[in-house]
Design a protein around this ligand. Structure first.
Ligand code: B12
Ligand code: SF4
Length: 546
């Protein structure tokens, strides 16, 4: 028996299911500090979640309940689905079942933490890594202390007043448990069932470092995760990967913002995997397929060879575009410098091809400056890369603290809309207020809700794309002509290896992972590994399972 019980709830109803890794991390730290932890994982009960939640709360008396919010919405311009409505339902049900305080965190939560602490009407929230702060809160509550003394904790004072306890450091750093392997279990009652997630979702997951030092203008991650790299101990990371492969979880996806940044550490992790494989013919690491997110630099021969030797299943590369004039000021370091060129992208693709490592190239169209011509050139040159799969997105979700979101709010200045601001559910022009003109809760809220409290997630699509005037003038206009143009730009013979944004009825080649019908079929049929790796064979696979 531990000091007290902490309940952790996973309200993620998106399929294919993704292992709630964060809950293993929180559990590891809480248990190490002597707390009992029970996980109520509602992902596998998305149609009857109230039953298991009620039953848990009726038979337990937790000191504290933690709720992980991984995604706020699809962040997918063509299907702007919001998830926080069901998260609120779950949180309200928790409140009915217990008087224990509720704390929330997660990367989605951290993208608008003040607004969500207020919206969920919960006493506490955490922005960024939560393992250390969660332990401090549990300890403080147990001792009858004052949570207002826990630096970094978000405390809800009611009526829209959410404050972060000072002094707080930016997310990351000491907030991360870097020294121990996180305990990954399977089939243990009341814990995350990693093997079941693998069987039903096709992937496990591993974190090697937290945060990102870059400042790409579309991206929420440096703000939500931390603006520095916090590296985990190499042995701890590889011990953890080995514990996953020991449990039969062979396809493991990195959850670093980018695996190849802080590249000396990346190489150290891979070297340790390779060392263990060559030292021990019996280690389950021989079955590992590691799926990684990378940027075009830093990436050299040594890294490519280490990836191949460690057992890389595939590389997901995000150059986003090919043209310098579009990428300038967008894909930049914290100091504002560009950090790769199109030649670097070509190089990663050929280094991977030489080693038979499949590649997925991610392209983000519709950022500021995008025109029909830049789009045309981008599609042509990215298809020429010969990647296994190329994924095109059109339009970007604007978040309160992504550099683009901040800029859009400044440009609106609370008095005008800006061309390109869009939301499928907008009923009036989107006018954002910059920070300083409103409270932090209000500032964050406006990126998700309109002034009447209706969901209206804010997106940006380049107004220089060839859209008709009515589309550009309407806050809910759909960039349909650009999508049609994009489809036209992909030659018929390349379609099998391309993911495209779609309009209802246009095609099935949808690149939104949330409840994607192809992916769901794939998983039912026992396929594992990153979803994109099966994409080129989708027609055949769908025929086989029909
Ligand atoms: C890898 C990844 C994927 C992979 C997952 C592979 C796998 N097997 O895990 C794939 C490609 C499948 C994927 C899919 C999607 N993803 Co994704 N993904 C990521 C990525 C890079 C890592 C997520 C992760 O596991 N992080 C590691 C964990 C340990 O960190 P964490 O969850 O943040 O947890 C820490 C803290 O947040 C905190 N914390 C977490 N929970 C709690 C709870 C409490 C109580 C407390 C106190 C603290 C706390 O403490 C934790 C430990 O330090 C993130 C970005 C990122 N760098 O995190 C995007 C990200 C989470 N994904 C995102 C999205 C939108 C999606 C999709 C919805 C996309 C889509 N439309 O299909 C789907 C959803 C799938 C699903 N079923 O949920 C967005 C979410 C944005 C938002 N505001 O909602 C992110 C942030 C990407 C981005 N830049 O926008 N994803
Ligand atoms: S897109 Fe840029 S800022 Fe975002 S995680 Fe990747 S490198 Fe970092």
């Amino acid at each position: 028996m531990g000091k007290a019980l902490v309940t952790l709830v996973n309200p993620n109803f998106v399929y294919p299911p993704i292992t709630p890794y964060a809950l293993d991390i929180l559990t590891t730290s809480l248990e190490a500090d002597g707390f009992d932890v029970e996980v109520v994982d509602l992902t596998f009960h998305r149609d009857d979640w109230e039953g298991p939640l009620r039953e848990h709360l009726a038979t337990r008396d937790p000191l504290l309940v933690g709720v992980t919010i991984r995604n706020t919405d699809t962040i997918y311009a063509q299907q702007q689905r919001v998830f926080i409505d069901t998260h609120l339902d779950v949180i309200n049900a928790i409140k009915e079942g217990t008087s224990a305080p509720i704390i929330s965190g997660g990367v989605g939560f951290s993208s608008m933490p003040f607004a969500l602490t207020d919206y969920f009407d919960i006493p506490y929230g955490v922005k960024g890594p939560g393992e250390q702060i969660m332990v401090r809160l549990a300890r403080t509550l147990l001792a009858g202390g004052n949570p207002d003394d826990i630096p970094g904790l978000l405390v809800n004072h009611g009526e829209g007043r959410v404050r972060q306890v000072l002094p707080f450091a930016a997310p990351g750093g000491e907030a991360v448990n870097t020294s121990t392997a996180y305990v990954r279990r399977s089939a243990t009652p009341h814990k995350v069932d990693n093997e079941w997630y693998y069987r039903t979702g096709g992937l496990g997951n591993i974190l090697t470092k937290n945060g990102c030092v870059y400042a790409c203008s579309h991206c929420v991650e440096p703000d939500a995760k931390g603006t520095q790299f916090t590296r985990r101990g190499v042995a701890a990371v590889v011990d953890e990967i080995e514990s996953l492969t020991d449990q039969g979880i062979y396809d493991v996806h990195t959850t670093d913002s980018e695996f190849n940044l802080a590249v000396a550490h990346t190489k150290a992790v891979l070297t340790e995997i390779v060392r263990r494989k060559s030292a021990d013919p019996a280690t389950s690491l021989h079955g590992l397929r590691l799926w990684v997110y990378v940027q075009p630099t830093p990436f050299d021969e040594e890294l490519a060879t280490l990836l191949a030797e460690a057992g890389c299943g595939g590389i997901n590369l995000a150059p986003d575009h090919v043209r310098d004039d579009v990428l300038d000021g967008w894909k930049v370091t914290g100091g504002g410098r560009r950090y790769y060129t199109f030649e670097d992208t070509q190089r990663v693709c050929s280094l991977a091809r030489e080693r038979d490592i499949p590649t997925m190239v991610e392209v983000l169209l519709g950022m500021p400056g995008e025109t029909a011509d830049t789009m045309r050139e981008c599609v042509k040159r990215t298809l020429d890369l010969g990647a296994t799969v190329t994924g095109y997105s059109l339009g970007i979700r604007a978040f309160p603290y992504s550099p683009l979101g901040i800029q859009l709010a400044q440009d609106c200045d609370g008095i005008r809309t800006v061309r390109g601001l869009q939301s499928n559910t907008a009923r009036e022009p989107i006018v954002l207020r910059p920070k300083g003109q409103c409270s932090t809760v209000e500032y964050e809220r406006q990126f998700m809700f309109d002034r009447h409290g209706r969901y209206r997630p804010v997106y940006f699509l380049s107004p220089e794309l060839p859209e008709v005037r009515e589309t550009l003038d309407s806050p809910s206009g759909r960039w349909a002509k650009s999508i049609e143009l994009l489809h036209d730009l992909v030659p018929e013979e390349d379609l099998y290896r391309v993911m495209l944004p779609t309009l209802p009825g246009l095609t099935q080649d949808d690149n939104n992972y949330a409840d994607n019908p192809f992916l769901l079929r794939l998983i039912e049929s026992g396929y594992t590994g990153a979803f994109w790796s099966h994409w080129p064979r989708r027609a055949e696979i769908m025929r086989d399972v029909a």
